[in-house]
Design a binder for this molecule. Sequence first.
Ligand SMILES: Nc1nc2c(ncn2[C@@H]2O[C@H](COP(=O)(O)OP(=O)(O)OP(=O)(O)O)[C@@H](O)[C@H]2O)c(=O)[nH]1
Ligand SMILES: [Mg+2]
Length: 278
Amino acid sequence: MNALLGAKISIISRKPQTTRKRVLGIYTTPNEQIVFLDTPGIMPRPSTLLHKTMLEEVKRSFADADVILVLVEANLPYAKALPDTWAAYKKIAGDKPIVLAVSKTDLLPRRNEVLPVLQHYGNQPDFTELLPISATKKFNLDELVKTLRKYLPAKAAFFEEDQLSDRNDRFFVGELIREVIFTQYKEEIPYSTEVDVLEFKEREEGKWYVSAEIIVERDGQKSILIGKDGAALKIVGERARFEIERFLEHPVFLELHVKTRADWRNKKATLTELGYQL
Ligand SMILES: Nc1nc2c(ncn2[C@@H]2O[C@H](COP(=O)(O)OP(=O)(O)OP(=O)(O)O)[C@@H](O)[C@H]2O)c(=O)[nH]1
Ligand SMILES: [Mg+2]
């Protein structure tokens, strides 16, 4: 979605389950408007209430969609994972067409190696279309749009032509801080963390002001996040500020606090307050 839009709408990390809330990416050309709904991936066994909200987000998005685009990886060891979740995708998609895009073809050492990969996926049951792409190298993205277009109804454009997403800057600021945490910390820290942007002030003069709370589940995680003499949190702040300034194209003053909210991933009221929908 980012590659198609040429803008960073969804945050990215090497760790699975980075995306938690659905994000709209609005792709507008002189001839058409296609609205992408980037969702979390499906987990076969959601273990927390947060995971359940993520699954609900998938269901709601699939219900709204005309066509489902599933991305899988071209490097084969990962490809073997497909059958686990495929049934879940099929079940939620119902009769809707599924386009299976085999992505990251740039990681294959030679171009012709894509054929056995496509064959491997071709053996999987019922999808409507199959094609290779690379988001990083922007390979075959025109073909992807062409393929999706076949399943889209003709309607009047819903969004303004310069609108890229349905989320506001405050949301993206929180996501960019979360992305830094996903990149900087190991093991369970990213998964136990949420970011709540408390204040976002655009000022006429000088830097804009952002104050955000980083929420963790336990005090031990709080200490790890902050680090010795605040060193780790300082790096989070520096990196996040850089990303936020790039996104907003404006200098910001960023204030971060860390707070423990015990077991927030299983508290319905807290999740609702943080914008998750059950
Ligand atoms: N080499 C290569 N890497 C890619 C490509 N597309 C994505 N990646 C990398 O794959 C990793 C996962 O990307 P994400 O966009 O976070 O994946 P996702 O499917 O949204 O995952 P979740 O949000 O965690 O469910 C990141 O490290 C990306 O940089 C690609 O076309 N080529
Ligand atoms: Mg994602």
